[in-house]
Design a protein around this ligand. Sequence first.
Ligand code: CLF
Ligand code: SF4
Length: 499
Amino acid sequence: MSLDLKVLGNTAENHAPQGGCSAGSCGSTDDQLSHLPESVRQRVFNHPCYSEQAHHHFARMHVAVAPACNIQCNYCNRKYDCANESRPGVVSELLTPKQAVKKTMAVAANIPQMTVLGIAGPGDPLANPNRTFTTFRKLSEQAPDIKLCVSTNGLALPDYADELTKHNIDHVTITMNCIDPEIGAKIYPWIYWENKRIRGAEGARILIERQQRGLEMLVERDILVKVNSVMIPGVNDMHLAEVSRIVKQKGAFLHNVMPLIAEAEHGTYFGLMGQRGPTPPELQALQDECSGDMNMMRHCRQCRADAVGLLGEDRGAEFTMDKIEEMEIDYPAAMERRKKLHDAIHAELNANGNQHTNLTSDGGIPEGTRPILMAVASQGGGLVNQHFGHAKEFLIYEASPSGVRFISHRKTDLYCTGGDTCGDGDSILREIIQALEGCEVVLCSKIGYEPWELLEEAGIQPNGEHAMVKIEEAVWSVYSEMHKAGKLAEKKVRLQASA
Ligand code: CLF
Ligand code: SF4
């Protein structure tokens, strides 16, 4: 079946309804990158965080070599992973640099899709410079094909900008939650700087200055910088659009606005105080607002500081040090497999990039037709290829007359807990239906009769007819069918939350 399809990235350019490139013949499958110079595209096409398309195909891993931190964030408990780059949860193993290198080589051999090694905690990597840079130095010597990546709160960044350039580190993330020290004082109770603990707005002011100086220094040194911000309703939510504007002005490549995770059981200040995180629509609205000024990342999974695998999956338990010690690995054969796989994915991405498909008057959908959200069950590869009952998260796409764009992911509990049939977990299903609030279609490779019925009752149409089809093609195809059937003229009437 040939499709008239347009896939939108989330750049400011792509948001122009029918402007510039979007109006005519460009509709590549990775428009998020298509406006970039070729040299930059080469640096991000296989980085799962810097390219939304890449995260369907390539994996990352983190090594937890950095225990100490030089600031306190109100969303962090030292017993838990760094919340800048992780969901709360203890790091299973703190590693020495030597162990970290051994683990990285073992993962590279067993998960050939792994292209990026990041250091993201559990504390701040630059507050542990010896451990961090020893790991990077050894890896840049032993595994030069692996991209090296680091995430920092930025306090020590100006001191290490030059050191970072020495170790083949091409990607740095700075977590910047504000540019106003008064707001900063509500997020950071203290920083530790020049052998002193500095509290309140004065500490926040120093941190903000150092973050911005560090950002400028990295950009001057041609390192790609992503800025992460934690959205904290009532604290910095009204301020982050301004943060986005400033970091873009200073040369950041990508902005990642993440939701605050705060639960009392994590023992964080915000968790204990009952500070809530944003709802999915609140997060999406802010990301859309920021995207007027900035490339936005929307596929972040707030990984653990020892995460391994594709974004959203955690294979860390397969690679504990005791298991690695027992592995017998034929490294030359593994590296050969790695290279072949990378070449194949590269060829596929290039082929996709060259498939410019257009909205035409025949296949186009009239301006003004209402957009809809669809949830997709996928286990990678950019395909609709997961059973509804096996999904632990759904990818959310928006279809509109302008094309298809990725919006976010939403985590859910597993509906199917074993066997070939879906369980009778009515309560889990009701939670899934709530998590999918706002979506009108769920695309999956297969779905059982019972969940089908309940989803339909809740106003979400299950669809298993596009198994193994590329997600964007499937979403556009269903949107077109709905248009032809006159379903887009109707307003949605059923309230999913009441399901
Ligand atoms: Fe890790 Fe971060 Fe590098 Fe990615 S994660 S250090 S840039 S390799 Fe990615 Fe994970 Fe989000 Fe971080 S999905 S938490 S943005
Ligand atoms: Fe925790 Fe990371 Fe903040 Fe340090 S920078 S306090 S480790 S969240």
